[in-house]
Each structure stands twice: as C-alpha cells, then as structure tokens.
Design a protein around this ligand. Structure first.
Ligand code: ADP
Length: 708
C-alpha cells in the first residue's frame, strides 16, 4: 500500500491542511528562533550589566579597603598624637596630606568620646559637635573596634550629600574613646559610576544598605537621599532575597520605567562592615531589544509574505487543477461519447470492423473485432483475441490463396485491397463476404490492417440469377435473331422474285409497294444483324490480355478509312495512348463505333475533326473522343446508350441505334464506364473510363456466362 493515497493528496482540504501544518511549522520555527534570539540578547545584556556591577564592586571595595586602612592608621597613631605637644596641628597636617592622596575622601574627622571634633583636614570643623550625627551615635551605642561603620547619606555641614565611613577609637581597655570618620566624596563616585554606562539609556546607582540612595549616574533630580526600601521596589526584592547579587526585570518604583537591573552588595572581603553598599546597574528594557525587534519585524514580514504568497499559490494551483480536471473530464466524456458512438455504430451497421496486427516478430493478433464481425464469422471475440488463426480457418480453402495473394500485394505496395470470397462459418454454412482492408506501417515495424467485412451472399445469389437470366436472354436474342434471318431472307427473295417477274405487269403503285417491302426487309435484316452482334459481345469469353490502345485506335481508323476519306475527316490522336488489360477486338469495336459516329454526325458544311487523348485518374485511364460535329441536346445524353435509341430519323443519318449500346456493353465488360458531354452545334465528347489492370476473378460474369 502506498504511503499516501494519490486521491488523498489531490483532495483540496488535505492540501489546505498540509499547507496549514507547513506554515505552522515555519511560523513556529520563526517564533522559536526569535524567542531564542530574545533570550540570547537578554542573557548578553544581563552578563554585561553584571560585569559592570562587578567592575564597580572591585573599585569600591578597593576604595573602602584603602579608607579602612587609612582610618586604622589614624586609630593606631591616635594615642601618640594625644601625648603632650602640639598634636592637633601635626594631626591636621597629616589628615590633609592623607585626604590629598585619597581622591574618594572629602573629609577626615577625629572626635573624642563626646563627639567633639578634635582633628580634621578641614579647619572649620575643629571643635564641632557631631554627637548627634548618625555615624557617631551608632558607634557609641554599639561600639565594635573591628567594625567599619557606613553611615546613611546625609547632608553635611558643607551642604553636600555625603556618606561617612567610620571606625571606633578604642581605649586601652577597648572602651569607647571616640570616632574616626572619613566622608566619601560623591563626585568621585559619580565619575566611577558614570564610567561603566555604555549606553545612553543606562544608569548606575549606589545606595546605602538601608535603602537610601547616594549617587545616581546620570544624575537625576531628587534621587539622592531617596529611600529605595519601598514595598515592592526592586531594592526591597533584593533585600528580601537575602542574596548578595540579583538580576531583576520589571518596572522600577523609583523611575516608573521597565528596566533590567543587576544589583550587587558591596561587601569587601576582610572588612567587617555594619551594612553593605548596594550598586545597581540598569538598562531600559525596550532599548535592549531594538535590534531584536527590527529583526523580528523583518522576519515577521518575510513570514507574512511567505504565508500570503503560499496561500495565494495554493488557491491558484487549486483553481488551475480544477480547470485541468474539468477539461480532463470533458475530454474523457467526449472520448467516452465518441467511443460509445463508435460502438453503437459498429454494432448497428451490417458491416464487421476489425484491426489486425502483423507484428514485426512474425506473430499476428487482432487489436479489435466488432460484434458484427464475430457474428459474420461465427467466432467469439475473446477467442480470436487469444488466437488470431481461428479467423484464418474460417476462409474457404478454394478462395484462401487469392486472399493471401491480395494481402501480400497490398503489403508490398502499401495500398488498400478488396477481396470477395467464401467463408465457412462455425455452423458449417458457406457465406460470401466482401473484405476491404488498408495497411499502415507502424513505427515499431508492425503492420496494422484496418478492415471491414460484410456479407454479400444475397447479392452473389442475385448476381448469379441476373447473370443466368442475362445469359438466357442473350442466348434467346442470339437464337431468335439467327433464326429470324432465315424467314426474312425468304421474304426478301420472294419479294425480289416478284419484282423481277411481275414488275412489267404491275401498276406503278404496286411496284412502289414492292419497293417498300424490300426496303423494310432489308432494314429488318440490318436490325437483326446488329442485335446479333450485340448479343455476341463477350460470348467468346476470351481471357483479358495487355492491349495497346495506340494499336487499337490505328486499327479502328484503318477500318474507317473509306468513310473518313469520303467526308474528309481529320484526326488528332495524342501520342502514347496507354496499354490496358482487355479484349483487343472488343476495344477496336468500341473505338471504331465512337470514331465512326464522330465522322457521321459532322456538320454538313464542314469536314469532321476528331481528337483522341487519354488521362490517368487513380487506377483508371480515361480516354476521350472529341468531335466538332452537330452535338447532342443535354436531355438525350443518357438515352443514346440504350439499344436502338436514335435521335435522328431514318432519312437524316444512316444507322440502327445499336452502336453506343455496344460501346456501353464493351466498357462495362471491361469494368469501365462510358458517358458523354456535348454542346449542341459545337461538338460532342465521349469518355471511356477503363481500369489500368483488369483482373478477371473466377466469379466474374464472363466465366459464368453460358458458352455459345
Ligand atoms: P446510330 O449511329 O446507328 O444511330 P448509335 O447508337 O451509334 O446509333 O447512336 C445513337 C444516337 O446518338 C445517334 O442516332 C445520334 O443521334 C447520336 N449520336 C451518336 N454519336 C454522336 C455524335 N458523335 N454526335 C452527335 N450525335 C451522336
């Protein structure tokens, strides 16, 4: 069984279904690829943002460690500085130079245990009370000498937002003796944060672990000092996650934009910080996917084009298919109709039809036999299709050879042939059939014979009947005319005797009567002679032989010489008249009669001109005898070929009206025709059509006619 039924493939819903599946797969593939590209873009961006966050982490950790080391150094030297002497001046100088080498530090402050500034790189701060400051109070409440305290951003005395990094100054017993504090310079951080922004839609921010925003780059109004620890904010989510590093996508409460954000706690290793700093590096979500969106749009357009064009193509294809299908159906219907017409025809006509194939390999078979053909031979179609020789065996053995000969000749000459002969049906009945067949040579070397066959038994019987009655009639005419001449001769001799002996004793009227009687007897004798001659034609039954018509015409002209000389006849005979198969004497008779009439029926005032010529039409020669005589009225053109049919009175032209009837009989015995054309007053033209070869079949009338 085939994988897919052809009819299923041709079904229109199936094609649509298939197209839908293909488009779905294609669309799915496009969507999947876009999704992957989207994911890849997202992952790339996430990586980049995280790297930037780590860059800041590295830098800030370094800075915090350095600051812590600086504070530690101040704590370590604090007790030396507190020894009598001018420690404060020396310390201030030291703090100044320290602040100069640490660009991230704006201010160093050293307080006593009460919160009074003892030393600072900024002179204006000396003696200032910072007891209320967050960095001081937090340490004082929970002093830990190892801890680095990071204060919430606050507005400094100098009116700048700063963030302090502080350490406790421990006493000899570890008691709280004051605070060293370094305030971080927001400008330094701005530069650092700004340096990692690689896209215009990007911002980086640094916040205190409590959620107070310290610096944001690019700077935005109202951001510094803002509390980010709002419910649902990304900062809150970061804190809640208890993870040092997060990546978020969402709408920031802070700015209200959809962003992606890498958030990282800055907690340098080796430092004990009370709270971490939090860095956030973010990009606008939309901006990240600009390229992806352009690509997606293009792929979408391409897919849409494919989608629409494939639908249009399938619709067009199906329309054309339907058209072709309709045309095919119409053609099939027309073929079926013509086949059924053909079948009706071959069943109804009383003619058997067959196609017989002589194969190049020497075997024979029937390609087609009609029901009528089978009926005729009394054979079964399926049997002859299997074994063509069954048909051969139906032919009468006496006639079979002639069929084979005709067949061979037709094959050699590649010409159609006709044959009449007998068959012996399956039930033993002998029937006459007429067969016509025409060969065509096929490309593969086979010969295909298209043939018809019909029953002519009845006609044959009628022919035989006719032939017999004709023969009897001819016999009768011959006998009658032969025997009639005897009493006529007696009448004639006694009237002549009467005339000789008694003409002196009779009155003129009686002599005239005797003359009439003599004339009548003479004419009757001539009529009987003509009749006798007419009935003699063909009685000798001589076989046909090649006859040269040149010789025939010469002989006819010789016979007519006296007549011709008398009327000063002139002849134009075309050279090279053909040779045909026939009876020489009969043909001389035929042309003698025609030329004789041409001389006889000339115009009284001009001598006759007679022309003879021949043309070939298919397998017949048409010989014409043309004169310049009185002509024949059209209505008489057929009648003149009947026995004793004359157009002229006895006194006008001599004759009995048998000449053309004899010509007709001779032509027909040669399987030919005779007819005439004429223009009265101008001349007549007689045509004799004779077959080139004139085979006489055994069943020909000549063979069957009664011998004289
Ligand atoms: P016949 O000549 O003895 O009368 P045919 O049978 O030869 O008889 O001719 C029949 C008639 O046909 C003739 O009587 C004549 O009227 C006419 N006819 C024959 N041949 C010619 C001709 N060449 N020209 C004119 N009339 C002709």
């Amino acid at each position: 069984m085939p994988f897919l039924d052809f009819r299923l493939i041709n079904a229109l819903p199936f094609q649509w279904g298939l197209l839908a599946v293909v488009l779905l797969l294609l669309g799915g593939n496009v969507a999947y690829n876009l999704h992957r590209e989207h994911q890849a873009a997202l992952d790339d961006e996430r990586k980049s943002l995280e790297i930037q966050a780590h860059v800041i982490n590295e830098n800030l950790s370094q800075e915090l460690r350095a600051t812590n080391a600086a504070l530690q150094e101040l704590i370590d030297n604090y007790h030396f500085w507190k020894m009598p002497g001018s420690w404060r001046e020396g310390t201030v100088i030291h703090l100044k130079s320290l602040a100069d080498v640490m660009p991230g530090i704006r201010t160093f402050v050293i307080t006593d245990e009460k919160g009074i500034v003892q030393a600072s790189n900024r002179a204006e701060l000396l003696g200032f009370d910072v007891a209320n400051r967050d960095f001081f109070s937090t340490i004082k409440q929970a002093p830990d000498k190892a801890r680095l305290y990071i204060s919430k951003p606050y507005k400094s005395v100098l009116n700048a937002y700063i963030m302090g990094v502080s350490r406790m100054i421990p006493g000899p017993k570890g008691e709280f003796m004051g605070v060293v504090n370094a305030s971080l310079d927001p400008d330094y951080f701005r530069t650092l944060l700004g340096s990692v922004n690689y896209a215009p839609d990007m911002w980086t921010a640094l916040a205190h672990g409590s959620g107070i925003q310290f610096v944001m780059m690019p700077d935005r109004e109202g951001q510094t000092g803002k509390n980010l620890l709002q419910p649902g904010s990304m900062f809150s989510r970061h804190v809640e996650s208890r993870s040092d590093e997060n990546f978020f996508i969402g709408t920031t409460l802070n700015t209200g934009e959809k962003r992606m954000l890498a958030v990282l706690n800055i907690k340098p290793a080796g430092l004990s910080m009370d709270t971490p700093l939090v860095v956030a590096v973010g990009r606008e979500y939309k901006a990240v996917f600009v390229d992806w969106r352009r690509n997606a749009w293009m792929q979408g357009m391409v897919f849409l084009a494919v989608f629409l064009s494939s639908i249009a193509a399938l619709a067009f294809y199906q329309r054309r298919s339907r058209q072709f299908e309709n045309e095919r159906r119409e053609a099939e219907l027309a073929l079926q109709n013509s086949l059924s017409d053909f079948n009706n025809l071959v069943t109804q006509i009383p003619v058997g039809v067959y196609k017989f194939r002589m194969q190049a390999d020497g075997r024979n078979r029937f390609d087609y036999v009609s029901p009528r053909w089978c009926q005729l031979l009394d054979v079964k179609a399926h049997e002859v299709y299997q074994d063509a020789s069954i048909a051969d065996k139906r032919f009468h053995l006496d006639d079979y050879d002639s069929l084979v000969q005709r067949n061979e000749a037709a094959k050699r000459d590649k010409k159609p042939f006709e044959w009449e002969g007998r068959i012996i049906r399956g039930d033993g009945e002998i029937r006459w059939i007429h067969l016509e067949s025409s060969p065509s040579l096929l490309e593969n070397g086979d010969i295909l014979w298209n043939g018809i066959q019909y029953d002519i038994t009845e006609r044959k019987h009628l022919d035989d009947e006719l032939r017999r009655s004709n023969a009897e009639l001819e016999q009768f005419a011959y006998v009658a005319s032969h025997d009639l001449r005897e009493p006529l001769r007696m009448v004639n001799s006694f009237v002549t005797l009467l005339d000789k002996r008694y003409s002196g004793k009779l009155d003129p009227q009686a002599r005239e009567f005797i003359a009439f009687a003599k004339d009548g007897a003479l004419r009757m004798d001539r009529l009987i002679c003509d009749l006798l001659e007419y009935s003699r034609i063909g009685r000798r039954g001589k076989p046909h032989s090649p006859v040269n018509l040149d010789e025939v015409v010469d002989e006819a002209l010789l016979n007519l010489k006296a007549t011709s000389d008398a009327v000063k006849g002139h002849f134009e005979v075309a050279s090279g008249l053909p040779t045909i198969s026939g009876d020489h004497d009969e043909l001389v008779r035929l042309f003698q009669n025609l030329i004789g009439n041409a001389l006889k029926y000339h115009k009284p005032d001009s001598p006759p001109l007679v022309r003879l010529s021949a043309v070939k039409r298919h397998s017949n020669w048409i010989i014409s005898v043309e004169d310049s005589g009185i002509g024949i009225a059209p209505e008489h053109l057929d009648r003149i070929f009947g026995i004793f049919q004359r157009l002229h009175g006895h006194g006008e032209y001599e004759g009995t009206g048998i000449g053309l009837a004899i010509c007709k009989k001779i032509a027909e015995r040669h399987k030919g025709h005779i007819w005439a054309e004429s223009t009265p007053g101008q001349g007549s033209r007689f045509y004799v059509s004779l077959p080139e070869s004139n085979p006489q079949s055994p069943s020909s009338p000549m063979a069957l006619s009664t011998p004289s």
